[in-house]
Design a protein around this ligand. Structure first.
Ligand code: J2J
Length: 547
């Protein structure tokens, strides 16, 4: 085993046997799924998008053929079963062919976001001991190929940087198709990223069996059918647009996925009209932007049947405006890359659709709402039904441990295997959960998760900074924005602009750069000991709200 801990903390054998017996885990890999889909839906359209400005429209057979050829091409570069490969691709059709090619090889995609930069990519490459990076030359004026090569220079395991759209990659994509041994469906299929609350993002190992279960059920709960058209508006590497029901749910149903290069109403509405989109998924700030734009649009949005909203809390007022403004049904979704996904159901009464974040996918999702004041609460420390508590969960598609993170796993999971979500919820008698807050040290900035500790560590690296505390403050548009309180070293007086520039140049995603920096002489005095930083953040967050 790796010194940092096991690659995959599996489910206990008896529990796994139960999930198989219940038909949740069916022993199918993603590669095998694509073969089945190509046989069933061959000439139907699977993926619509743009590759370097060139429109693309792939049938299920096209996708199957591309994944076969690319798998062969990648194998020719020495990529094989068990290899970890950083995938950093924006919303373009090759995202889909690349991940299925890797799955056919038994290699593990590591789903990084287009927003990630040098320092984050280096961390993921090191932690995963990645052997390759697959990226694009440029996206949103950032030279991704150059960043990937920097990471490859720094991380010894990275042998290849492959650039989608380059002549070299095109050649790989045209290799004679080959079949590869199907990997173990109970084995790891890919590594997803956690939002991170203690320091850097953790890697989340998901198996073919567990993820396919959530994808299959998501497609069913969202009523996807072969003539559905799913618009992927958010960056598809995110767990939400990937699987809730997302690109994979749409594929599972034989439907069409339209990849929007950007999520703004200008781009999205044009695609909804031209592709007759029936369903999409957005975060609350984007839903608000769509609602506003719908009042003035000349685009025909009448094909839209369902809009999922999730990733962050959807305010009741916004929830009420979505249906009337967009002429569709709202479906709330509350999920996490670690597993558990809740949806309001399409036939739920309005009160639940507007006022809750849904109920779990599976009857085998175990939910515990426990003492919110005790970070070490056991699964038995449940609050009175209907009271607010910390959400713990365990089930057929929720991980039992992060990748190579034994120390972190000891606190992130209970001794009986429940994942501590860090979310504060209230459970309704129907089983629907209402998310009312958060216990974890994380800021939810328009659905992007920012670890307070990670940003603090970047600030403290500045020579003029003695200490830093990062908190979320309410923001009308983003839901929350990040506010950094900074205590300077003796005699120093760092400026806000300088500190923000410094953090950005450390090589991290723009959404992690503090929106606001406030320099203070000293921090308020709180309790002492291990939890003092937590108390300090709480005190500062309260202070920020009252500013
Ligand atoms: C409040 N908080 C929410 C909601 C997520 C589907 C949908 C979302 C994600 C996701 C996902 C929320 N109301 N409706 O993976 O498959 C916050 C919670 C949660 C954290 C997980 C999916 N929906 N959240 O957002 O891994 O705090 O997954 O624990 O990015 O987002 O973040 P992430």
């Amino acid at each position: 085993g790796h010194p940092d801990g096991p690659d995959h903390v599996g489910w206990p054998a008896d529990v796994a046997a139960r999930y198989r017996a219940a038909g949740h885990w069916r022993g199918q890999t993603f590669g095998a799924l694509l073969t089945t889909l190509a046989a069933a839906y061959g000439h139907r359209t699977a993926v619509v998008g743009e590759s370097d400005g060139v429109p693309a429209r792939w049938t299920y057979s096209d996708l199957d053929d591309r994944a076969h050829r690319l798998a062969a091409g990648l194998a020719g570069r020495g990529i094989g079963a068990g290899d970890r490969v950083l995938v950093q691709l924006p919303n373009r059709p090759e995202f889909v062919s690349v991940i299925f090619a890797l799955w056919r090889l038994g290699a593990w995609p590591v789903f990084t976001l287009p927003a990630h930069r040098r320092t984050e990519l280096r961390h993921f490459a090191e932690k995963a001991e990645a052997s390759a990076i697959i990226t694009v030359a440029e996206h949103e004026r950032h030279d991704h190929a150059a960043t990937a090569r920097e990471v490859a220079d720094d991380v010894a395991s990275v042998r290849e940087v492959l650039v989608v759209g380059s002549p070299e990659f095109t050649e790989l994509s045209e290799a004679p198709p080959r079949e590869f041994a199907d990997p173990d469906p109970e084995g790891v299929a890919f590594l997803q990223l956690s939002g991170g609350s203690t320091g850097l993002s953790k890697l989340i190992p998901r198996t073919h069996d567990d993820y396919l279960y959530s994808v299959r059920e998501s497609a069913r709960i969202c009523a996807l059918r072969p003539d559905s058209v799913y618009l992927a508006a958010l960056p598809v590497a995110h767990n939400y647009p990937l699987s809730s029901p997302g690109v994979l749910g749409a594929l599972h149903a034989g439907a069409t996925t339209v990849l929007a290069p950007r999520p703004d109403p200008g781009v999205a509405f044009r695609l909804i009209e031209s592709e007759r989109v029936t369903i999409s998924g957005v975060v609350p700030p984007l839903a608000a932007a769509w609602v506003q734009a719908a009042a003035r649009t000349e685009h025909d949005l009448s094909s839209l049947e369902v809009l999922l909203v999730g990733g962050a809390k959807c305010a009741r007022e916004l929830a009420e405006r979505i249906g009337p403004a967009l002429g569709c049904r709202l479906q709330q979704v509350f999920g996490m890359a670690e597993g558990l996904v809740c949806y309001t159901r399409l036939d739920d009464p309005d009160e639940l659709v507007l006022g809750t974040q849904g109920r779990p996918i599976s009857l085998d999702d175990e939910i515990r709402v426990v003492d919110p004041d005790n970070p070490d609460a056991a699964s038995t420390d449940e609050v009175v039904p209907g009271e607010v508590g910390a959400l713990l969960t365990r089930g057929p598609y929720t991980i039992r441990g992060y990748y190579r993170a034994a120390e972190h796993n000891a606190t992130a999971f209970t001794s009986d295997g429940f994942y501590r979500t860090g979310d504060l919820v209230r459970r309704h008698p129907s089983g629907h959960l209402e998310v009312v807050g958060r216990a974890k040290e994380q800021i939810n900035r328009a659905g992007e998760k920012v670890s307070a500790e990670e940003v603090e560590n970047h600030l403290i690296a500045h020579p003029d900074v003695l200490d830093a505390a990062v908190v979320g403050v309410p923001d009308e548009y983003l839901g929350e924005r990040t506010c950094a309180y900074v205590v300077p070293t003796d005699g120093a007086s760092p400026g806000e602009a300088e500190l923000r520039r410094f953090v950005r140049e450390r090589g991290i995603a723009a959404f992690k750069v503090p929106d606001l920096v406030i320099v203070v002489e000293k921090f308020p005095v709180t309790g002492v000991g291990k939890t003092s930083k937590r108390e300090l953040r709480a005190a500062l967050a309260a202070q920020a709200r009252n500013r």
